[in-house]
Design a protein around this ligand. Structure first.
Ligand code: G3P
Ligand code: MG
Length: 247
């Protein structure tokens, strides 16, 4: 079994559903509730600044409009990424990875950096996010865990920062998951929890991989997954599935 220094509960997009996703305010929220690890989505602006955003465009989670890959970070940072969620978060920004790393260190949070490329930018995003993560977390323990739904992005991340741990993310778990994760030298497989069965969990664990299941918001389901041997769950409900939930 590969080294796995990560806790059992990971806050999805920083602070789950309690704060605007992928903001410093979300990270603060997760930390305040005692979480010890967060997941967030990292991509590139038009001028190759790594920043946090889930979608390809900024519309759903800010007061701006349009594709993020066409905007320079100087434009992106002008946008309000908090008011859409709640007026109390007005003025929140889409932070740079550098700010996120500093905030994680300040709170003692481990990080799952999900590489989330804009369309057509898989290789550049994988390479640059991995290089930046290696630089920004150079003295961190545990190391940031890189993951992606994009095979090409994770391959580029492997080549750019081979020493950082990697997890392949799947919506549907493909028949060749074993070959893919082996080629990428992954430590973990990250799966939609609805696609996992007890038998499949056993098969994946027997291969030596760790498992992170997303997005688990039902405490009963979280308990069952832990019972099957799932190593970590990523959750929006950090209010009811806390840091010590399944330990
Ligand atoms: O990394 C787990 C989870 O975040 C993947 O789904 O769409 O929320 O990024 P998504
Ligand atoms: Mg994500």
């Amino acid at each position: 079994m590969r080294t796995w220094p990560y806790p059992r509960v990971v806050a999805h997009r920083g602070g789950g559903k309690l704060a605007p996703e992928n903001t410093l305010e979300a990270i603060d929220t997760g930390a305040r509730l005692g979480l010890r690890m967060i997941e967030f989505d990292a991509k590139l602006s038009a001028d190759d600044v790594v920043f946090l955003l889930h979608d390809d465009d900024v519309d759903r989670t800010s007061n701006g409009h349009g594709a993020a890959k066409a905007m320079k970070y100087a434009q992106i940072v002008q946008l309000d990424a908090g008011s859409w969620f709640d007026a109390t978060f007005a003025g929140a920004r889409m932070p740079m990875l550098e700010q996120v790393a500093a905030r994680c260190k300040r709170h003692g949070l481990a990080a799952n950096v999900e590489i989330k490329p804009c369309e057509g930018r898989d290789v550049d995003t994988g390479r640059i996010v991995a290089q930046e993560s290696a630089r920004l977390w150079s003295d961190a323990e545990p190391a940031p865990l890189l993951s992606s739904f994009s095979y090409a992005a994770l391959e580029a991340a492997r080549d750019a920062a081979p020493d950082l741990p990697r997890g392949m993310l799947y919506g549907e778990i493909p028949h060749d998951w074993h070959a893919q994760t082996a080629a990428l030298a992954c430590v973990s497989l990250h799966a939609d929890h609805r696609k996992l069965t007890e038998a499949l969990v056993a098969e994946i664990k027997d291969s030596g991989l760790r498992i992170l299941a997303y997005t688990v918001n039902d405490p009963e389901r979280a308990r069952l997954l832990a019972h099957w041997g799932v190593d970590a769950i990523c959750t929006d409900r950090i209010d009811i599935i806390g840091a010590d939930f399944v330990e």
